[in-house]
Design a protein around this ligand. Structure first.
Ligand SMILES: Nc1nc2c(ncn2[C@@H]2O[C@H](COP(=O)(O)O)[C@@H](O)[C@H]2O)c(=O)[nH]1
Ligand SMILES: [Mn+2]
Length: 548
């Protein structure tokens, strides 16, 4: 028999007790019923977390696993929000150094507990939580780990090679200014969802003969993907001389299904035989080689994917020959097109990957110290050592993208103190479930009419720098193909930006308020001596998804 105390996640003084016996047929169902009837939690987004770990309980199996043989246990009941609790951060059981860069920025206890837990994995020498740290399903996002002789594929996750690439556009700033300008540009961005050309051209773009893994995901090459991936036209408000352009295209995408396929060969959350997700290079050198080869292939694919997304945008934004190709285009022409495209590329980094490097880093003018080979695993962390002196720090579709200049000083161990990494974005401040629930309601309150329309357009305030996207208007309620309706007349100021996102849920999940304050993330990086801010871009047209 288990005596289960149910307490509200948001307010633990509200409690009740339920009893589970071995004969309870559906323990999770009993938990849900208890929470609904006794704690009056009525939402369909109900969630449960175990104390003191903060681990989420999603079904009877995880519930029984959590309870084990204990007679008494406490479970927190949430109305959709993430775990709230100070007791989640398990104290590290080893001496692995753990660096927390979130000082002004809030990092929830579950993400810190996940960071501590990951630091205990074999071979980890250093764990760094960036200011954008937030909880993942098991391991945190916004973190970097240095390991010695061990690989940990789940620390990188399934979207191997996900990253950000910046391309220079010839579009003048003026083309994005004035009433309706962004909407008109957004309107040209059509025909970008499906497969690009045929597999012959896609292979040429990749520059490889199709390997079996690549072939399986071939048709996705050049597509953005769902979730938080996007392609965004931005004006450079400060630092245009550094960027070499006044308008940029920022592409955020990864290896689509390919990376997940690779991870699945080495890791199963159910811990299937041989899929622990931990590879000792000394004990399993061939397996390590196999993972690294597939990982590198996924990273190359992700580079090619971002480049191809950029090409497709350039074909729309700069029509008339230079970027065009058709069925008569030769393989050599395709390869030449990619080279030409690369000339437009300013920055291209993976924020989910593992790289081998010499450790510890050394200053150019320092007396050489002995170094050894280590692996830096990054999950949502921008590499400061990838050969790009400047990096993007995107906030959200409604807040600026800052231009970061990483610093390498004796005081920061020449970048080693933060695992040669910086924050890769603002990072989520709440779960998708919570964002969806919260902004759906707000949206309703703001304008009932809007809820009926589609969600392909969203107005944004001119030069909005804050985290507060007060003009959060997702889509039109009526005419103009549903893009521009009643809702968009409000705040239809001279320079309103535009968001293309024809998926209501995604509009809410990705609301700017669902992310941390990018200025606070940047402040933590500056205060810790990780980087300085040298420029600022403002989103003008954000393309996430069209249903066509
Ligand atoms: N400029 C934009 N930034 C965005 C948008 N949606 C999300 N974001 C930021 O990017 C990172 C990406 O995080 P990842 O973990 O998915 O790689 C995220 O933390 C946000 O700060 C957008 O539409 N435009
Ligand atoms: Mn990403």
């Amino acid at each position: 028999m288990h005596r289960l105390t149910l307490a509200k996640n948001s307010n633990r003084t509200q409690r009740t007790i339920i009893l589970l016996s071995p004969s309870t047929a559906d323990p999770f169902g009993a938990l849900v019923a208890g929470a609904k009837t006794k704690l009056r939690v009525r939402t369909k987004h109900i969630r449960f977390f175990a104390l003191p770990t903060g681990a989420e309980i999603t079904d009877s199996a995880t519930l029984l696993h959590t309870l084990g043989s204990s007679a008494n246990a406490t479970v927190l009941v949430s109305s959709g929000e993430d775990y709230i609790g100070a007791s989640a951060a398990a104290p590290p059981t080893s001496t692995t150094p753990i660096v927390h860069l979130a000082k002004s920025t809030y990092a929830d206890p579950l993400s810190e507990a996940q960071l501590s837990a990951a630091a205990q994995l074999p071979g980890i020498l250093l764990a760094v939580g960036q200011p954008d740290l937030h909880a993942g399903s098991k391991f945190p996002i916004g973190a970097a780990f240095v390991s010695d002789a061990w690989l940990h594929p789940p620390l990188i996750g399934s979207d191997i090679g996900c990253g950000m690439s910046w391309y220079r556009l010839t579009l003048p700033r003026a083309a994005l200014a004035g009433k309706g300008a962004c909407e008109r540009i957004a309107e040209t961005l059509r025909g970008l969802e499906g497969a690009w050309m045929t597999s012959r051209e896609r292979s040429a773009w990749l520059g490889v003969e199709n390997s079996s893994g690549v072939e399986k995901f071939d048709a996705a090459l050049g597509t953005i993907g769902a979730g938080n991936h996007f392609a965004e036209i931005q004006t450079v408000e400060e630092g245009a001389e550094l960027a070499g352009a006044e308008v940029l295209l920022l592409v955020h995408s990864g290896s689509r299904g390919l990376g997940g396929d690779v991870l699945g060969r080495f890791y199963s959350p159910q811990e299937e035989e041989g899929k622990s997700g931990q590879i000792s290079i000394a004990d399993e050198p061939e397996r390590a080689k196999e993972y690294l080869a597939l990982h590198d292939e996924a990273c190359q694919w992700a580079h090619a994917n971002r480049d191809l997304i950029a090409l497709r945008f350039l074909q729309k934004l700069e029509p008339g020959g230079a970027w065009s190709c058709d069925s008569g285009t030769t393989i050599e022409d395709i390869a030449a097109l990619r080279r030409k495209l690369r000339e437009r590329k300013w920055v291209d980094i993976h924020h989910n990957n593992v790289v081998k490097t010499l450790w510890p880093p050394q200053g150019e003018n320092e007396a050489p110290e002995p170094q050894k080979e280590v692996f830096i695993h990054r999950k949502g962390a921008a590499p400061t050592d990838a050969g790009h002196p400047l990096l993007p720090l995107p906030g959200s579709r409604g807040t600026p993208t800052l231009i970061l200049k990483p610093l390498f000083t004796a005081a920061n161990g020449f970048g080693g103190n933060h695992a040669l990494s910086a924050a890769h974005g603002a990072g989520r401040s709440m779960s998708r479930t919570k964002a969806s629930e919260k902004f759906r309601n707000r949206y309703d309150e703001a304008s009932g009419a809007r809820k009926k329309g589609d969600t392909s357009g969203e107005k944004r305030k001119k030069g909005d720098r804050g985290h507060n996207d007060g003009d959060f208007l997702a889509g039109g309620g009526g005419g103009g193909g549903g893009r521009k309706g009643k809702s968009t007349t409000k705040g239809d100021d001279e320079d309103g930006g535009w968001v293309v996102c024809e998926d209501k849920e995604l509009v809410w999940e990705e609301a700017p308020e669902a992310y941390k304050d990018v200025e606070s993330v940047a402040k933590d990086l500056v205060d810790a001596g990780v980087a300085e801010i040298v420029g600022r871009c403002v989103p003008r047209v954000t393309y996430k998804l069209r249903k066509e």
